[in-house]
Design a protein around this ligand. Structure first.
Ligand code: ATP
Ligand code: MG
Length: 574
């Protein structure tokens, strides 16, 4: 950008964005001097749930535009529905935006701070003959509104004198009427092809306390009335929103014209959909309330807090948002594996490596002295010495992965098998001499010998050993709870199975029953001391993140993502 930022938006640095349609529009406005070169965006969540990855897209767009054009971005809570909103959500939203790496301009804004002004604007509309108090019931209003193919019918109260509407509106405010008895409606056009323009409701009666204004109000402005005026009050230049607000633009323009106040430019973009999950707060609330997940921050949730607990990094989420880009047309459904790819990319660069065994089987090295303990000083990252190292104890008894042994190995199986030799990562070559089984015939222990000359895992005589497996000293291992996650829904689009019998069933019927699997792993001692939120790669198994549920006695880890890179493979195929 050629323009020098005056007050640069404090926001995370990113790879330079290409010239998407939003940036092109804003550059055009700057060139024509439409907003005097100002760029002022906002992120306007309704505090009625936790933020999800779809919101992250909107956050990256709004804060990213402000950053790139040297502008500002507000955080505004569109808090017009006291029944569904809560300070818990207000707090979590601020935490999530900051965690993603963005900082809003000044203090957070609240639509509820504008309730007095909104009320004054409503009275002005009434006095100008552009709004009226209606006595139809909610059901009648719906009926009178008509459909896409049938024009609406005017309410019998539509032409009542302004003075009468004004009197009723003031009495609504004074609390004289019960919920639902009266509404204030804009007087626009009951025959408009845009149904939203058929006298939309502006105010409703709701005897409910608001999380910020307490019991001051018993009438609340509707979202559409509030949203466009709030943007105007804040001097927003570009009101960026998702495509479903396309039809609302006409109403917003009408409103701002009717009140003769400042006009932002609304621009719509496609909302994000992600396979195998849902990005609707209403449905996410249901998952939490009905106990299908452990909470908003359950690592299976597509919420920012869930992704954080799972071990995703803000860098990875921003990279994801930048890769999916922004388009004007058609809602975009993105494959979940792209998110996993971005997470892997970043974690690969920044996480230390350790060893843990998820499905342990005991190995006894018979020719290793009973009471001997060697402590290897092992690098935390094979390619990046700046990570440092950690001590890893080794002794006669070890745990290895059950899957790293086969009694009857198939061809090209290079791990442990009777008589076969394998390299223990960083330690020794061992050869399996004997397989011990329990009465049921299950393998319970492997008796092995080792080659002392292979210390450190290097070949003593040029002898080739193809397989390398990880291990943990059994005497020093810490039993660790490991939570392994799979998609919350197995279908790309939850509930869409292709089977006609499944149509109309509630989405909760399709939750993957195996989305969480808990195992007790054996981990090297270093892992037990990792603080909650600490991220690490378990060699050969994936990236993991220490969970706040853990204690020093019983650490808990979430698997963030496996090492398998299905997206890269997919990309190669395409
Ligand atoms: P939901 O349907 O999940 O309740 P919402 O749109 O009602 O979402 P808001 O709190 O109003 O949620 O959203 C705040 C901002 O985030 C809005 O500008 C909205 O357009 C944007 N947003 C919400 N969901 C997505 C999504 N899936 N992709 C992109 N932007 C989104
Ligand atoms: Mg909304």
């Amino acid at each position: 950008m050629s323009q020098q930022p005056e007050t640069p938006c404090a926001a995370a640095q990113e790879r330079p964005q290409g010239q998407d349609f939003l940036r092109a529009r804003i550059a055009q406005d700057n060139e024509s001097g439409r907003f005097g070169g100002r760029v002022h965006t906002r992120f306007p969540p309704e505090p009625n749930g936790y933020l999800h990855i779809g919101h992250a897209k909107s956050i990256c767009i709004n804060f990213g535009l402000a950053r790139d054009f040297g502008g500002k971005c507000n955080l505004r809570f569109d808090d017009t529905n006291p029944v569904k909103e809560d300070v818990e959500y207000v707090d979590s939203i601020q935490q999530d935006v900051r965690w993603l790496g963005f900082e809003w301009e000044g203090e957070p804004h609240y639509a509820s701070d504008y309730f007095d002004r909104l009320y004054a604007y409503a009275e002005k509309l009434i006095m100008d003959g552009k709004a009226y108090v209606d006595e139809l019931s909610a059901e009648e209003i719906r009926e009178y509104r008509g459909t896409l193919t049938r024009p609406g019918t005017p309410s019998p109260w539509r032409e009542r004198p302004a003075s009468e509407s004004l009197d009723l509106f003031r009495r609504m405010k004074a609390g004289e009427f019960p919920d639902g008895k009266l509404v204030l409606r804009a007087k626009i056009d009951m025959a408009s092809p845009n149904v939203i323009m058929r006298d939309p409701t502006l105010y409703r009666i709701r005897h409910a306390d608001h999380h910020r204004t307490g019991d001051k109000w018993c009438i609340y402005p509707m979202y559409d009335f509030t949203h466009c005026i709030s943007d105007s009050i804040e001097g927003i230049t570009h009101s960026i929103c998702t495509l479903e607000f396309d039809n609302n633009r006409e109403l917003y323009d009408w409103m701002l014209d009717a009140l003769d106040i400042y006009h932002p430019q609304q621009i719509e973009f496609a909302r994000l959909n992600l396979t195998h999950t849902l990005l609707s707060k209403r449905k996410l609330i249901q998952l939490v309330r009905e106990g299908h997940v452990r909470g908003w921050d359950d690592p299976r949730m597509p919420t920012i807090s869930g992704l954080r607990r799972r071990g995703c990094t803000p860098e990875a989420i921003r990279d994801f948002c930048s890769r999916i880009g922004v388009a004007r047309t058609a809602d975009s459904t993105v494959d979940y594996s792209l998110l996993e790819f971005c997470v892997r990319e970043h974690l690969n660069a920044v996480t230390p490596r350790c060893m843990a065994v998820l499905d342990p089987i005991r190995v006894v090295i018979e020719d290793y002295p009973e009471d001997k303990v060697e402590v290897f000083d092992l690098p935390l990252h094979p390619e990046d010495a700046s990570h440092g190292s950690r001590p890893v104890p080794f002794c006669r008894e070890l745990w290895i992965e059950r899957d790293d042994f086969r009694e009857n190995p198939p061809k090209k199986y290079y791990r442990l098998a009777p008589g076969a030799e394998v390299r223990l990562r960083y330690a020794y070559y061992i050869t399996c001499r004997e397989v011990i089984k329990d009465e049921a015939g299950n393998v319970v222990e492997l008796r092995c010998s080792h080659d002392p000359a292979s210390r450190g895992g290097s070949s003593p005589d040029g002898r080739r050993v193809k397989g390398t497996i990880h291990w943990v000293s059994a005497r020093h291992a810490r039993p660790t709870e490991v939570r392994l996650y799979d998609h919350l829904f197995l279908q790309d689009v939850p509930g869409v199975t292709g089977n006609p019998d499944d149509e109309g069933r509630p989405f909760t019927d399709f939750i993957n029953p195996d989305s969480l699997k808990i195992v007790t792993a054996m981990a090297e001692p270093y892992l037990a001391d990792l603080p909650a939120g600490g991220r690490v790669q378990f060699e050969r198994l994936g990236y993991f993140c220490s969970d706040p549920d853990g204690t020093p006695e019983k650490p808990v880890f979430n698997r963030t993502v496996t090492l398998k890179d299905s997206w890269a493979k997919l990309e190669r195929k395409l």
